[in-house]
Design a protein around this ligand. Structure first.
Ligand code: PGA
Length: 252
């Protein structure tokens, strides 16, 4: 059985008070047992968010982590720092990191290796640009994004991997990929995992979709066979919308 997951990517939004108040709004709701729920506040508020949610099923995860272990990397945050405050999962490879911070496959591979060797679970993000899709190059693009990075990870670490397919043209644009487009790509991704690691791993890896998921489209996307949940940006900043999206992924 694959885990159903809905994770909120808060990006660079919310100061301390806003972070606390959004968490307070979220915990007014009851969340279904069959969906793992995650939120990712900004670095300065991770520890206070963890403390605030200590008796709650919502897990606090990180949006990013540095690719080196420690040392003279001014302004960066290490895997070990995050582990020391109780963070167990981090996003790696979000398209905004790739675009604005020049994170390439080699940097992402270092992050993947360091995180997994230090017991950190990974939500690995990837997805094609609009031009790739227009030129019908989207499958090749996704395959190469995976082959150069996460598909190099040793089989033994794959129970700590969650994938998030996020077509760049759908992120923050209001234009989501259609449920059929999402299913087609998720099935392709699962086949790539199968070819590298076999059925056992491909059938148990959760693959999330991200890109303009909202309460109005979440059920249709999540109902597809190979879609195990979502990585939610804009709509995760509203407690009511985020809760509705989580409910959409529940079978209870
Ligand atoms: P969006 O962002 O839901 O606002 O499109 C998704 C993401 O960036 O993970």
């Amino acid at each position: 059985m694959r885990k159903k997951i809905v994770a909120g990517n808060w990006k660079m939004n919310n100061n301390f008070n806003e972070t606390e108040s959004l968490i307070k709004d979220l915990i007014k709701f009851s969340f279904p047992d069959d969906v793992d729920v995650m939120i990712s506040p900004a670095f300065p508020f991770l520890k206070s968010s963890i403390d605030f949610l200590s008796n709650h099923k919502i897990e606090v995860i990180s949006q990013n982590v540095h690719n080196k272990e420690n040392g003279a990397y001014t302004g960066e945050v290490s895997v070990e720092m995050l582990r020391s405050i109780g963070i167990k999962k981090t996003l790696i490879g979000h398209s905004e990191r790739r675009t604005y911070f020049n994170e390439n496959d080699s940097i992402l591979s270092e992050k993947i290796k360091l995180a997994s060797q230090n017991g950190m679970e990974i939500v690995f993000c990837f997805g094609e640009q609009l031009d790739d899709r227009k030129n019908r190059n989207h499958f090749d693009k996704v395959k190469s994004q995976l082959s150069n990075t996460i598909l190099k990870l040793d089989k033994n670490y794959w129970d700590k991997v969650i994938l998030a397919y996020e077509p760049v043209w759908a992120i923050g644009t209001g234009e989501n990929a259609s449920p059929d487009q999402v299913q087609e790509m998720h099935n392709f991704i699962r086949n790539c995992i199968d070819k590298n690691y076999g059925k056992n791993i491909s059938e148990t890896t959760s693959i999330l979709y991200g890109g303009s998921v909202k309460p109005s489209n979440a059920s249709d996307i999540f109902s597809k066979d190979d879609v195990d949940g979502g990585l939610i940006g804009g709509a995760s900043l509203n407690a009511d919308d985020f809760h509705k999206i989580v409910i959409s992924n529940s079978s209870l």
